[in-house]
Design a protein around this ligand. Structure first.
Ligand code: SF4
Length: 703
């Protein structure tokens, strides 16, 4: 067999690094960074450079459809026809008996855009329910709403190339050194070349990102809004406001100004646990910046006030006029490789394709006409956590889960477990038996993985990449679009006569015509021959759009950006009390990805942090008689975990940190962090409050 070489994109985080894959009979698949790729210029992080292990090791793969005769019967191998006949029969019968909203689909930011588009068309257009949500709900839905409220539409205005043009960065609620490593590497290189570049990091932990920053504001979790307001107050008082921008390009400044000028820096200092002088210093650095970029991720989004945190941060860019020009802008980092593509196709329960809204009757009609269906339901679909509540209560009867592992990733894992136990019918469409959720499947469908199918993805900076098929999937696994098309045909739905991913993409692109994300002039040929494009791409010769709002025209009715005021400056999470006196915050570690179904297979990625550890401040450890390496029982009102303590002064007093990756696959579920997390969500974005659960701790004593 001859060696083949193809160019593709990393399947892990939203940075979207270019990868060259070599495949030959002797070595199997090998990967290297693509030196010509505009994102990573040849670099790869530990996860990306070990991707070939995941592809070459097929020992965990689901190889053929498996089905239970009925609940509690074992899964048995069946043909694709039998499997999809059953799926169609069960879904039809449940819908007939209980209505369309008794079924739902829960999908993933790892799905390719074509899959995302097709499953949304299937569910919203043909199954007649909007009960389709994605695990991206768990990571960036607050940012989506924040952008919409501020700019009139979900629109990341900035490109990675702006990093090398900026002189000031505010990294808040993110640890890109570990979670977006190649982006961070670009920032490091930029600072090495330009030592006067200033980096401020806001985080309750002294992460590698915080350690690299010029100023670390070690915040008490949940107090972000008042901190941004205190910074804004100082910016106004010191005369750093860009009055031209504010007057001509923004609305609601007076109300915002009145609100933030009422903020006491001393009160902010107390609530945030940050010295007044550090707040002033941060404001002065931002106020004097020539090019100011804010970067954030789950630390802001995963909150009971996630949307308000987002808009309060976005206000700082408006205040200083730092948007729509080179080297500036507010930049929400997506966690998953195609979270942004999912946003393009309206991959959430409240959205429609091409950035249209379910709440908007004109949008519903446009999409319904395009799909050739009578109508699209005006009822918002159930979001991720709502869907599992509905399964638990019995309101929803059947769920189809694609490429995600909710049993480990949703808050309050035991509730998620009960929900799946209670469901009448669970379809799991995935690549690996490693996903704990697969154990709850009544129907298990083997999907093709990365490199085994073609399609497109969009990274954090709106950059669309084409991913070619490089190898065949193992066993009888099929590309997700093929599975969905076969199911749609079993349901006798018209509108699914696609012969390839390319045809699906063509339809998706056509639907974006004359919208703000117009890619109707983009196609596979251009992506294959010209490389990646940042949307919009509004004509055949257009090179793509690295930066939005260069004309200072925003997507709001007035064309102006909006200073939004928070509903409350307080954090509305359940606060610590005598029973649960600590704040638990959760997050990612450097070498693991999500629930470890892929990275957990790679032994060299387990050397960095081989098992979950609880970060605890030395003062808290001392008071609770806990030493480094002791097993600690962490309890919340929802459950408990038992993990080793890592006593470290890098975490703030009264705050604890646990990684979110581990599930049940190790000997029991006592290492599953989401046993503890609460089910509070932001009232608008419905994103869970993973960063603020009150817990208690005690040293574990063997009975
Ligand atoms: Fe892959 Fe993200 Fe690492 Fe790049 S930074 S190699 S996209 S995991």
């Amino acid at each position: 067999m001859q060696s083949t070489k193809i160019k593709t994109t990393c399947s892990y985080c939203g940075v979207g690094c270019g990868i060259i894959v070599t495949n030959d009979a002797k070595n199997g698949v090998m990967v290297e960074g693509d030196k010509d790729h505009p994102v990573n210029k040849g670099m790869l992080c530990s996860k990306g450079m070990n991707l070939h292990y995941v592809v070459n090791d097929t020992s965990d793969r689901i190889l053929y459809p498996e089905m239970r005769g009925s609940k509690n019967y074992p899964l048995e191998r069946v043909s694709w026809d039998t499997a999809l006949d059953r799926a169609a029969a069960v879904f039809s019968s449940i819908i007939k008996k209980h209505g369309p909203d008794s079924v739902g689909f829960y999908i993933s930011g790892q799905c390719l855009t074509e899959e995302y588009y097709l499953v949304n068309k299937l569910v919203k257009g043909f199954l007649k329910t909007n009960n389709i949500d994605t695990n991206s709900r768990l990571c960036m839905s607050s940012a989506v709403v924040g952008y919409k409220k501020t700019f009139g539409e979900d629109s990341v205005p900035i490109a990675y190339d702006d990093i090398e043009l900026a002189d000031t960065f505010l990294i808040t609620g993110a640890n890109p050194a570990w979670c977006h490593p190649i982006l961070f590497r670009r920032l490091e290189k930029h600072k090495e070349k330009n030592p006067k570049t200033k980096i401020i990091c806001i985080d309750p932990r002294r992460t590698d990102t915080a350690a690299f920053a010029d100023l670390h504001l070690q915040i008490i979790p949940g107090s972000d809004i008042i901190l941004y307001h205190a910074i804004a107050k100082r910016i106004i008082e010191k005369g750093y406001v860009d009055h031209d921008f504010v007057k001509n390009n923004a609305e609601n400044f007076k109300q915002y100004k009145d609100l933030v000028l009422g903020t006491s820096l001393e009160k902010a200092s107390k609530l945030c646990g940050i010295p007044v002088n550090d707040i002033k210093l941060a404001a002065d650095i931002i106020g004097k910046a020539k090019g100011f970029i804010s970067l954030w991720a789950m630390g802001l989004n995963q909150s009971a006030v996630g949307v308000d945190k987002n808009t309060a941060l976005l206000n700082l860019s408006l205040l200083t006029g730092q948007v729509g020009k080179p080297g500036s802008g507010p930049f929400s980092l997506t966690g998953q490789p195609n979270a942004m593509g999912g946003r393009e196709v309206g991959g959430m329960a409240t959205l429609l394709a091409a950035h249209k809204d379910i709440a908007n009757p004109t949008h519903r009609k446009e999409v319904a006409d395009f799909w050739g269906v009578d109508e699209i339901s005006d009822k918002p679909g159930l979001t991720a956590t709502e869907m599992f509540e509905a399964l638990e209560s019995g309101k929803m009867k059947a769920v189809w889960i694609i490429c995600t592992n909710p049993l480990v990733s949703l808050p309050d894992s035991r509730r998620a477990e009960k929900a799946l136990q209670n469901a009448k019918f669970v379809v799991v469409q995935d690549i690996s038996h490693n996903a704990d959720t697969a154990k709850f499947a009544d129907l298990l469908l083997p999907a093709a993985g990365w490199l085994e199918k073609e399609g497109t993805m969009t990274n954090s900076e709106r950059r669309i990449s084409y991913l070619p098929k490089g190898i065949n999937p193992p066993g009888e696994a099929l590309p997700d679009i093929e599975i969905l098309i076969r199911f749609a045909k079993k349901m006798n739905f018209n509108g699914f006569n696609f012969n390839s991913a390319e045809e699906v993409y063509k339809e998706h692109c056509a639907l974006t015509k004359n919208t703000n994300i117009d890619i109707s002039f983009l196609n596979y040929n251009r992506l294959k021959s010209e490389g990646t494009f940042q949307w919009p791409v509004p004509d055949y010769n257009h090179p793509g759009t690295p930066r939005l709002f260069t004309d200072k025209k925003f997507y709001t009715p007035s064309g102006k950006a909006i200073f939004n005021l928070p509903v409350s400056i307080e954090n509305t999470s359940v606060q610590p009390n005598d029973e649960f006196p600590f704040i638990l915050t959760t997050g990612r570690i450097r070498d693991q990805w999500h629930t470890m179904t892929k990275t957990g297979k790679v032994s060299r990625l387990l050397t960095h942090i081989p098992s979950p550890v609880l970060e605890i401040n030395p003062i808290d450890a001392f008071k609770n008689d806990i030493k480094n390496g002791d097993i600690v029982v962490v309890s919340s009102k929802n459950g408990e975990v038992r993990v080793k303590a890592k006593v470290t002064d890098s975490i703030k007093e009264k705050v604890l940190f646990l990684p979110m990756h581990w599930g049940k696959q190790l000997e029991n579920d006592l290492n599953r962090t989401n046993n503890l997390t609460n089910t509070v969500v932001d009232p608008v974005s419905k994103e869970p409050d993973f960063k603020f659960t009150t817990v208690s701790i005690k040293k574990y004593v063997k009975p």
